[in-house]
Design a protein around this ligand. Sequence first.
Ligand code: AMP
Length: 441
Amino acid sequence: MSFAKLGLTDELLKAVADQGYVTPTPVQQKAIPLILEGKDVLAGAQTGTGKTASFTLPLLQRLAENHDPHQKPRRVRALILVPTRELAAQVYESVKTYGAHLPLRAEAVVGGASIGIQTRQLHRGCDIVVATPGRLIDHVQQRNINLANVEMLVLDEADRMLDMGFLPDIKQIMALIPKKRQSLLFSATVPNAIKLLATQLLNNPVEVEVAKQNATADTVSERIYGIGREYKRELLSYLIGSNNWKQVLVFVRTKHGADRLEKQLIEDGIRTVALHGDKTQGARNKALEYFKTGKVSALVATDIAARGLDIDDLPHVVNFDLPQVPEDYVHRIGRTGRAGSSGEALSLVCPEEAWMLAEIEKLLKRQIPRVADTGYEPVSLKVIDAPKKNAPNKTTGKKDYRHTKKPAARGAKSTVRGAKQSDSKRIESRSKGRPGSRGKA
Ligand code: AMP
């Protein structure tokens, strides 16, 4: 299968070849011909599957087919809505890259960037807008943008948009764009809330499903380290230092946890930067840049901050905290083992998180292998009393645990406490390889 067989024009084939892509990925093979035909599409595809090109290439082609060079100023004919600024930046880059040989103009409209500059650029006119919902609505209210000529709508990472509470914004935006349009909805997972949204936004959609591909990518090796919570940081520093990892993405649950771990890893001599929602856009861009260029080896991120980050060939992902929403585990490990490269996803799981691990394995329908000897006293990861699920969240349709008390696993406390003595011995025997013990910055 080649890109030419999908019906793409020479300008787009050239752009694809410029990127060095030879074979379309499964989601590209399925979605591109359907979108070129003008069909509405509901696609279950995660980051890493090549989903961005699967909607961007045909979108560009369809716009280019009916492009009127005399139309001044340009009208917004395509709207791509995404949940985060980082994803907006990546999609915008993709639109520019793939559209390099076409006469179309795109703008990114995201929060955190200067509204004045965006306003001027919008007034100049553009064909494609890549936007996060909140900032787009700001511009609509200030009459900087007119959505009455939108012919194509894309919702990317729609499940995440619902998780982030963007449904009311999405509905507000939908009311402003013409009913007669082509709509594409991309989502890593397709829970009922997404199906419901699809019935409201899409017209007779064709469903494309490739989500499984990345969910349990064979190229990713996953392992669980059962360990007391208080030893996680030490183990992480040890793993990074002794294996000399140059690029590891570490997931934590909270912004505060991200800042704390950043500080601790730096104290252990590991070049680290934290990425979370409280950082300014400038700080976020810098963090990402440092990580990509190897100035730092560890990026500590929350799920929302990490969502959609396009970091190629990421070799190591560590779940420092397990995610409370099992689907996020799949998103997280989707950061590694992309496009055929091999990757490693390690999870440091303490007894208090045993129930989350059980939920994740239930979703995956398989057991994640445990590391037999972690170097620490073994802990029990047996769930004794799983928390009751809340009623499904009205917006997302997901059942979450946010308001429930998390139970400890059987014998959790005594096992962890009992571990202390022999732990320090084991750690001592390892201390040669630990970056902390080297005392280097
Ligand atoms: P995405 O799922 O859109 O985040 O894409 C994941 C990565 O795959 C990006 O770095 C793309 O540049 C890359 N990619 C997309 N399509 C292809 C392809 N057909 N062949 C090789 N790499 C690709």
